[in-house]
Design a protein around this ligand. Structure first.
Ligand SMILES: [Zn+2]
Length: 158
């Protein structure tokens, strides 16, 4: 058996009136991530971690934001396609771990739902998918507090 580790990072501005979709779950919050797709920075970072570990092109190359096909795209569908491609390359996810840094929505009340949704999309047990929220300590990083940054790490095996 061989294993590979992958890392992914994503950053989106939070904009008033956009649905706040993170980790495949809609959070009750007055602003949400801007983007060509639904802006789900969590699923984007996870997808890039998987693609990176499998030695495949990154998310922006596979689903370019210049392509009208992906306007408003549901990132859950993008991640499902990424899992399919990673599988076709012979790799299977073992676990995923995510840090969400934001002063926007509170993450803790939605951790369980995000873990369950991502576990379903990745074909993993819930305990193999973790999510941690991190405040930015009021330091004004990330567009004066109106941004979300996500770091993801994954392990693959074949
Ligand atoms: Zn993104």
């Amino acid at each position: 058996m061989s294993t590979r580790v992958g890392t992914g990072f994503d950053l989106h501005r939070l904009v008033e009136g956009r649905p706040c979709i993170l980790g495949g779950v809609e959070l009750p919050h007055p602003s949400g991530p801007a983007g060509h797709s639904d802006g789900d920075a969590v699923l984007h970072a996870v997808a890039d971690a998987l693609l990176g570990a499998a030695g495949l092109d990154d998310l922006g190359t596979l689903f370019p934001d210049t392509d009208e096909r992906w306007r408003g795209a549901d990132s859950r569908a993008l991640l499902t396609e990424v899992v399919r491609r990673v599988g076709a390359a012979g790799w299977r996810p073992i676990n995923v771990d995510v840090v969400i840094a934001t002063e926007g929505p509170r993450i803790a009340p939605h951790r369980a739902a995000m873990r369950a949704k991502m576990a379903e999309l990745l074909g993993l047990a819930v305990d193999a998918v973790n999510v941690k929220g991190k405040s930015l300590e009021g330091l004004g990083a990330l567009a004066g507090g109106s941004g979300v940054a996500v770091q993801a790490v994954c392990l693959l095996e074949r």
